[in-house]
Every structure is written in C-alpha cells, then in structure tokens.
Design a protein around this ligand. Sequence first.
Ligand SMILES: *[C@@H]1O[C@H](CO)[C@@H](O)[C@H](O)[C@H]1NC(C)=O
Ligand SMILES: *[C@@H]1O[C@H](CO)[C@@H](O)[C@H](O)[C@H]1NC(C)=O
Ligand SMILES: *[C@@H]1O[C@H](CO)[C@@H](O)[C@H](O)[C@H]1NC(C)=O
Ligand SMILES: *[C@@H]1O[C@H](CO)[C@@H](O)[C@H](O)[C@H]1NC(C)=O
Ligand SMILES: *[C@@H]1O[C@H](CO)[C@@H](O)[C@H](O)[C@H]1NC(C)=O
Ligand SMILES: *[C@@H]1O[C@H](CO)[C@@H](O)[C@H](O)[C@H]1NC(C)=O
Ligand SMILES: *[C@@H]1O[C@H](CO)[C@@H](O)[C@H](O)[C@H]1NC(C)=O
Length: 456
Amino acid sequence: MVWTRFAAAALAGAGAANAAYSIASTADIKKTAADVAWDLMQYYKGNQSGQTPGILPGPPPAGDYYWWEGGAMWGTLMDYWKLTGDDSYNDVITEAMLWQVGPNRDFKPPNVTASLGNDDQAFWGMSAMLAAENNFPNPPADQPQWLALAQAVFHTQATPDQHDDTCGGGLRWQIYLSNNGYDYKNSIANGCFFNLGARLARYTGNDSYAVWAEKTWDWMRGVGLMDDNYNIYDGGHVQKNCTDINRAQFSYNNAVYLLGAAYMYNYTDGSDKWKGRLDKLVNATITTFFPDNIAYEIACEGHMSCTADMLSFKGYLHRWMATATQVAPYLAGTVLPVLKTSIEAGIQTCTGGDYGRQCGFKWNTKTYDGKTGAGQQMNVLGAVSALLIDANTPPPVTNMTGGTSVGDPDAGSHSEKTNTKKLRDITTGDKAGASILTILAIVSAVGTFGWMSTGI
Ligand SMILES: *[C@@H]1O[C@H](CO)[C@@H](O)[C@H](O)[C@H]1NC(C)=O
Ligand SMILES: *[C@@H]1O[C@H](CO)[C@@H](O)[C@H](O)[C@H]1NC(C)=O
Ligand SMILES: *[C@@H]1O[C@H](CO)[C@@H](O)[C@H](O)[C@H]1NC(C)=O
Ligand SMILES: *[C@@H]1O[C@H](CO)[C@@H](O)[C@H](O)[C@H]1NC(C)=O
Ligand SMILES: *[C@@H]1O[C@H](CO)[C@@H](O)[C@H](O)[C@H]1NC(C)=O
Ligand SMILES: *[C@@H]1O[C@H](CO)[C@@H](O)[C@H](O)[C@H]1NC(C)=O
Ligand SMILES: *[C@@H]1O[C@H](CO)[C@@H](O)[C@H](O)[C@H]1NC(C)=O
C-alpha cells in the first residue's frame, strides 16, 4: 500500500509542477483530502517501534513539534473521518489519544509537565470532545471514554486554584507555577476553556458548564483581551494586572471563541445575546484574518516569522468556522463562501515536497513557498475536509441526539494539585522546551513583530 502510493505519486509528479489538486466535485474533494491526509501522516512516527504514540516528532530540539500539536492533529483526522467516511486512520487515532491521557485520565502526562499550558492540555481535551460529538468509535469499556476525558480537562481547569484573583479572574497560561509563562494570562488558555465549556453544556445539558463559559467570556471582555470591536489580543501579565496587553492577534484565538460562541448561541436556543456576540466575532474574524477572502496569519505571515505552532492555525480557523455553521446555521451564507475561496487558493500552494503535492503556507500567493510541514498539511486537510459541510451534514451530536460516549461528572477530580516539590526538580533546560507561545515571546523580544514598536 505504502509503496504503491509513493510510486504512483512519483510517476504523476514527474514533470507536473502545476496544481496537484482539485476541489471541483465531492469526489475531487475526497480524493484531495485523502492524499493530503496521507502526506500528513508521513510526519507521524508514533506508531513505529520505539516511538511514543500520540506525538509528532519533538518537542524542539528533538523535532519541530510541541506536544499539543499531536492532539490537534487527531482532531483534524476525526473530522476527516466524519466528513469523508475514510476510516483508514481511526485505529491510529484511538491509540494515540489513549496513550497520552496520563495517569489521572486528564491529559496531563508527566512527560510534558515542564511545558504544560492550559491550552496544551485543552487541545487534547477539545479533540476528545470532538470524538464524542462526531460519534467517533468509542474506546473499549475498560479504557477512558471521550466525553469523560473532555470533562476531566474542563474540571481540572475549573478548580478554584486555577482561577486566582489577579486580573480579576481568568486562567493562567501555564498550569504549574515553576513554568515560564505561569505569570501570563492569555486568550488561548481561556478560549479553550470557554470553548469546552460551551460544548459540554450543549452535549450534556448541564448548565454549570455554560455558567463557566459565560463567566470566561465576560472576563475576556472586561480585562480587554477582547475589545469592543471583537479584536482578540494575545495576553497580559499578572504583575501588571493584565494591563500590559500584548496586542498580537492569532487566528486560532478567533476560531476557538467563534466556535464556542456558536455553541452558546445554540445552547441558549438562539438567544439575542449570543447572536449579537457571534455576529460581531464572525465579522471581526473575516475582516482581520481573510483579506481578499483568503486566510492570512497577520502576526507572522508577512515576514514568514511563523513558528511551527502558528503554521497550523489556519486549519483550526477553517474547521471551527465551518462547524459553527452547523450549530448556528444562519451563518452558512456568510461563512462558507469565504472558506471556499480561501481553500481554493490554499490548494494551489500544494506543489512542493518530494512528490510535487505537499502544501505551503502562503495561500494568498497561490504558490508553494518552499517549506513543508505537518502544520501546512493539517491546514489544507482541515480546510478541504470542511468543504463537505453543508445543510445535509449531520451536526455534532449531544447526549439527547444520538451521542454514545459515556461521561463522568467526577472526571478530573483525582488529579494531583500543583506539586511544587516535584516541580523544583525540573531544570531550566526542560523549561526552555516550553509550549505554544514561548517562541513568540522570544521572537517578539528581538523586534520581529511590528506591533511591538508601533503599539497598534
Ligand atoms: C502507522 O500508521 C500508518 C497510518 O495509518 C500506517 O500506514 C502504518 O502502517 C502504521 N505503521 C505501523 C508500524 O503500524
Ligand atoms: C514518556 O516518555 C517515555 C520515554 O520517552 C515514553 O516511553 C513514554 O511512552 C512517554 N509517555 C507518554 C504518555 O508519552
Ligand atoms: C454538572 O456539572 C458540574 C461540574 O461541572 C458537576 O459538579 C455536577 O455534578 C454536574 N451535574 C450533573 C447533574 O451531572
Ligand atoms: C485588575 O483588573 C481587574 C480586571 O480588569 C479589575 O477589575 C481590577 O479592578 C484591577 N485591579 C486593580 C488593583 O487595578
Ligand atoms: C442548534 O443546532 C441544531 C443542530 O444540532 C440545529 O438544527 C438548530 O437549528 C440549531 N439552533 C439554532 C437556534 O440555530
Ligand atoms: C463589520 O465590521 C466592520 C469593521 O469593524 C464594520 O464597519 C461593519 O459595519 C461590520 N458589519 C457588520 C455586519 O457588523
Ligand atoms: C445521557 O443522559 C442520561 C440521562 O439524561 C443518562 O442516563 C445517560 O447516562 C447520559 N449519557 C451519557 C453518555 O452521559
């Protein structure tokens, strides 16, 4: 199988430098998605002997990818399965997800303690939530279940010791106090928590989750990380009561809040309050991140200073905006045409790599930019698969509409609290292998980002 696909691709690629892909028909979309998925999986070594299941090669310097991105990849492939029906990767997905749950079944495996952010943990939790919503095949009964895993992540983050009074509330970026970034409260950590809360509320019908989601949204607006025009900024430090707002904007922040707001809209039976918020956020997201209707990562794409993390954000943007149209169907006419124009450009970058079909990142140039990676593949896979979402696509299920994943209201309650004694043993070297935005902090310190000096 592997040999055949490589050989066929090599033959097809010989001399054919122009676009490898079409999205002109449903069959073309599925074929394109299948090839892009296959190329994505070439980055995954976790099911080979001696390798760690679940993760992409890393973290740096061992490889390009941090732990969280594996979790994000499994979610991308769960959507691929749901939308195309291709179950080739389902066993690999299940093995990967279950390997990383950690001893307390809450996606806090000890191996990643030294760089574990609330966002990193939550990316795995959101993929577990997605498994429940997509009715992805359930693990054997003696294994952790998807819904319970998502609940465990949410419950560990909702504990009082994770929500101190600095900045008037909110989650810190890092979970453990000895990690770099523990003094930073940021939009992505709170956004993932908000997103999970909204989805758990809709799935389980338990209003406690919605109360938390609402509170988190209000905090974001109050502290100014989401401004009156619904721009979402990166974060601020607790020493400054979060007034030193880092104004970098990343598309995954908009995407994670947009999807959560769509779920809250649905959970509240189409309330005016959430419709108003959702409308403004959709508008701000399209205006900021889709110039000429093509996805563009404004903080880093211009100078191509995007980190491996950032090189995967377009995929979440496309997938989560598309899913939002399933729980807030009135958005379909506004959102889906933009996503289509965007990925029509995106697939034109897929002429790189050994077989002339791997994807680049600079979609608005419609040409390959010379660099391949798991993020670039994941972006196109997510965006192409999402083209299969229309009014006939089954929406995310709930407990009441066919969901079969078994939950646990006590999930996460056995997790260890922050263990400072153990954490004192962590070396500075370990800490340097930090997660999502540490690299950004370093990059911004050397002035790559215009916003640092201009203070836009
Ligand atoms: C790992 O997973 C890939 C993708 O499903 C598959 O092609 C490959 O055969 C698997 N390798 C092993 C050693 O199981
Ligand atoms: C933790 O790291 C060890 C050593 O690399 C590996 O064998 C193990 O599978 C890892 N555990 C997880 C959950 O990744
Ligand atoms: C609702 O969720 C909260 C925590 O999020 C939990 O404490 C409570 O037991 C749940 N209620 C039910 C009926 O499951
Ligand atoms: C800190 O920020 C919060 C949220 O913006 C605000 O409610 C609180 O008054 C601020 N505290 C001080 C001491 O400025
Ligand atoms: C909520 O989502 C369902 C799909 O699960 C959809 O049929 C329904 O129209 C949505 N509700 C609103 C108010 O849009
Ligand atoms: C969208 O945002 C732009 C810029 O903020 C604004 O001018 C426009 O009125 C908004 N449109 C809608 C429909 O809210
Ligand atoms: C769904 O809710 C019912 C009660 O409303 C409960 O008996 C059942 O266990 C729930 N299912 C899951 C998967 O949580």
